[in-house]
Design a protein around this ligand. Structure first.
Ligand code: FES
Length: 245
């Protein structure tokens, strides 16, 4: 063996001797931990044991797995409980009914006609401004309304017509409230054109769209229209005024 290798061996041995106490100490610690684990293993049940650091059931401490008693919060009598339940059910029902009523009411208010629409629902006409033998057309709910101030001859002609044989049989007095005033919607009952006044073969109205003729009572006499001109709701609040609608 050379001098160099002898010196190296000597250095290694010296270092190992110095490390030996630390290695022995580490081995002792490992052995202690192993002994502790062995003592926690229960041979009889073949299970390891765990001891909670939280003590249960000792004095001044409560077992957290026990359901607490709520006796002190209970009502003294059964009747009292029922009265309370009935009160709650009744109050809840009342509030629900109130809410439902408000909802329905709001819905109906929203759906109903606004004030400007209601104002258009009725139209008042001054009859004194319409001379005898003249037609006037006014607009009511977006539709034309014919107002005819009939002469005595026109009234006689309308009343004398053989209405039973007409396509839409109707006597003249069923279409007017006052014989001198004829009020009708100016909408042809065929396809909705506006007929022309004082025209046609019967001295009443004529619809140029497809050639329907109406007489001086607004009854269809010729052409494709199936019905007489419609009479709207109207009234005479005074002798000189007419309200349509
Ligand atoms: S719409 Fe008046 S005759 Fe056809």
């Amino acid at each position: 063996m050379s001098l160099t290798s002898r010196a190296a061996t000597s250095v290694v041995r010296h270092t190992a001797r110095q490390q030996l106490p630390a290695i022995r100490q580490s081995a002792a610690v490992v052995q202690q931990q192993r002994n502790r684990a062995d003592s926690a293993y229960d041979v009889s049940t073949n299970h390891s044991q765990f001891h909670s650091p939280f003590h249960r059931g000792t004095r001044n401490e409560q077992d957290t797995t026990v359901i607490p008693s709520f006796k002190k919060y209970r009502s003294g009598s059964e009747t009292g409980n029922k009265v309370f339940q009935y009160f709650m059910v009744g109050a809840f029902g009342g509030l629900s009914a109130l809410g439902a009523k408000d909802t329905v009411q709001n819905f109906l208010v929203n759906m109903s006609a606004s004030a400007d629409v209601l104002a258009q629902a009725k139209v008042e006409v001054d009859l004194a401004s319409i001379p005898e033998g003249k037609n006037v057309i006014i607009k009511w709910r977006g539709k034309p309304v014919f107002i005819r101030h009939r002469t005595a001859d026109e009234i006689k002609e309308a009343e004398d017509a053989d209405w039973q044989k007409l396509r839409d049989p109707q006597p003249d007095d069923a279409r007017v409230k006052k014989p001198e005033w004829l009020i009708m919607l100016g909408v042809c009952t065929h396809l909705g054109c506006v007929p022309i006044g004082e025209a046609g073969d019967f001295g009443g109205w004529f619809c140029p769209c497809h050639g329907s003729h109406y007489d001086i009572s607004g009854r269809v006499r010729k052409g494709p229209a199936p019905l007489n001109l419609e009479v709207p709701e109207y009234d005479f609040p005074t002798d000189e005024s007419l309200v349509i609608g």
